[in-house]
Design a protein around this ligand. Sequence first.
Ligand code: HEM
Length: 408
Amino acid sequence: MDTTREAPDILSGEFSADPYSAYQIMRDDFPLIWHEGMQSYIISRYEDVSRAFRDQVFTTANYDWQLEPVHGKTILQLSGREHSLRRALVAPAFRGSELAEKFVPVIERNAAELIDGFRGAGRADLVADFATHFPINVIVDMLGLDRADHERFHRWYTSIIAFLGNLSQDPVVTADGLRTQQEFAAYMIPVIQERRAHPGDDLLSNLCQAEIDGVRMSDEDIKAFCSLLLAAGGETTDKAIASVFANLLQHPDQLAAVRADRSLIGPALAETLRYSPPVHMIMRQPAADVTLSGGTIPAGSTVTCLIGAANRDGSRYADPERFDIFRTDLDTPNAFSAAANHLAFALGRHFCVGALLARTEVDVGLNQLLDAMPDVRLDPAFRPAEQGVFTRGPASLPVLFTPGVARG
Ligand code: HEM
């Protein structure tokens, strides 16, 4: 241990500019930090973070204050039988067969419409023009909501994300998040009631009708789940698409390999999720005292689990700071299932419900983008930089390409 180094501060500007160097210092010398400002313990080693996701002593009670004020009570807070039941109600819509049959056309249409906005222009910002809209538009359409409201959902989603990432508790951001919660409820509850009376073939109707052991979700449960979907399925997939593209553009040989063999989109996304995950940290609250990495975390404390640090732990991945879609120590075939060995979707009972949807969206989006821009390259006037601490991804991604012909 190097005693001259200081524990990095995850709320500092230095950290947000380059968390990866700080992660290394944390893993090596400060694997368990108490952060006074955040009132939280921070863990960074693969072994500790993966244990926090699997070991049920680490509860998700932290979401009572982290998420409930903006979404209402959601599946993330539940545990035990209550959680399994809720998961069984919502999960079928996100399984492979349902996805392929019902929602791939929705995903394809939304990708094509956004690309139509710039395919003839020869330049685009893949964040502002594509990634930030694509997953939200997909969810709004999957739920069978009014497509004319895409922009309104985008605004709500931006406000919810700001609320969730508000580690320094800015009161303006808090007030905006709470206002969004009210606006969203006022919009959704009448739609849910209408959908109960007149069900269609959409995800919202499925959620209204889903029943297990005689249990159905209340209007409030469904509204909270839809609100969670905007954040959990929007922000994350937005960052995943932008990051996979940014990583490939910065590794032109790997981009060429993916262009030539589209079955490499899966490995490229899996490696992106390891190397630059959309969600860099999630929290847990142990129900009993826990000892790890030489220290004890008292029951009831908040623990910040650094996914971004654990995914680059040299004791788990060889040469962890290198982006390599061909690496053999990342279990790519299982990267989108609960058997994954990267931690970007967490592990255990709260493993991301939407992992397969995210993979499908990235597959469709990347395929269409590569087809529309055969010679895509980064705008030379631009140096890609990531932004964000809680969630993280490229702030913008200006690219140039030979303009294509608009679709007929
Ligand atoms: C690459 C994109 C995505 C990433 C990186 C991601 C990440 C995560 C993570 C880390 C969790 C676990 C949170 C925790 O345990 O505290 C999670 C859970 C969840 N995700 Fe995702 N997610 C992604 C895409 C999606 C999509 C597309 C959807 C749905 C539209 C979605 C819906 C959910 C839901 C509902 C949960 C809660 C599951 C439960 O509590 O049992 N996610 N996600």
